[in-house]
Design a binder for this molecule. Sequence first.
Ligand SMILES: Cc1ncc(COP(=O)(O)O)c(C=O)c1O
Length: 388
Amino acid sequence: MTFKLPIYMDHHATTPVDPRVLDAMLPYFSQEFGNASSIDHIFGARAHEAVEKAREQVASNLNARPEEIIFTSGATESDNIALLGVAEKMAAKGDHIITCVTEHKAVLDTAKHLETMSKTVTYLPVDRYGLVDPGDVEDAITDRTILISIMAANNEIGTIAPLKEIGKIAKAHGVLFHTDAAQAVGHIPIDVKEMGIDLLSLSGHKIYGPKGIGALYIKGANPKGKVSPVMFGGGHERGIRSGTYNVPGIVGLGKALEIAEKEMEAENKRFRKWIKQMLEAFQENIEGVVLNGHPEKRLAHNLNVCFPGIESKALIHLLRNDVAISAGSACTTTSVEPSHVLKAVGLGDSDIYSTVRFGSGRFNTGEEIEHCIHVVISGSKKLRRVSG
Ligand SMILES: Cc1ncc(COP(=O)(O)O)c(C=O)c1O
């Protein structure tokens, strides 16, 4: 065996920092520690230069302009700024927001908060694959609609949304289009111009960058024309996001996206092969295995499957020392509530509690995948024997 146990297969929850990213970050902790706003001296100027280089790397990945990138602490903060900021800025124009039932809590709970502030929110349904219908988006638009927020790729089932179609509709109706792309950027090609995206949230730790760093793309030269700030201070990031720059984190995010831009395609090819191999092996050896999410319009590294009659938490616990997998999104694993995403695609409670999410990653190997397949099959058989 040439690999170490347990094998990490939960890359939707978070990813390890790529050693190349870490190398790029390290000087900015103690050597190049300057405050990126204190540009009158060399220490600050060098930190500022590093931040601006990272801004270019992030922008390049999205086909955006560097000045359209606002650094934040992660996708949660970016989502909050997008929804709360647009709601406040556009209050004179309208008070209606369209989103979707399978969004991450960072969007859903922000939308719920807006409802307590007299805003109206439409939560669109999805089909059994987790796809939102662009026709439903268009039908939901009223003359009070100010924002459409639809996630790019789902963190549980990996379904990829029809971004371009939604972008077109938003533009035709003069409504802003935000997408939570925490699971998509660095994993699928994103072109904000081609897709008609006005605001986009992304996160460092989903793409082999550090935790606690992210970005919000805001289209155009004047972000304050679309978004009101939700926190106040020194006026950093064009007044949208005050606070001293997290220079090592920003450098890491930039490097992570530079690597993703070059390696994503080859990586996805590998993931597709592994995920197919896993699904076929599970279906051949475990009775009744069902794939959740869309068969094609899905993230290459995602596999979300239902093992009927097997309690996913029991399987995950049994395989604890072999492979790290998940029963749903990390953000809801402390909750006993069944996943809102699996509910939305029509699964009943017993199927939801039998669902496992696998997320392969950059540093997995073919041997690890084979071991994962082997232990999941033997573990499932053992649990079926116990309960049957
Ligand atoms: C779709 C989606 N949105 C938002 C987030 C939150 O991102 P962050 O951890 O950077 O705040 C996550 C992470 O779980 C996610 O998967």
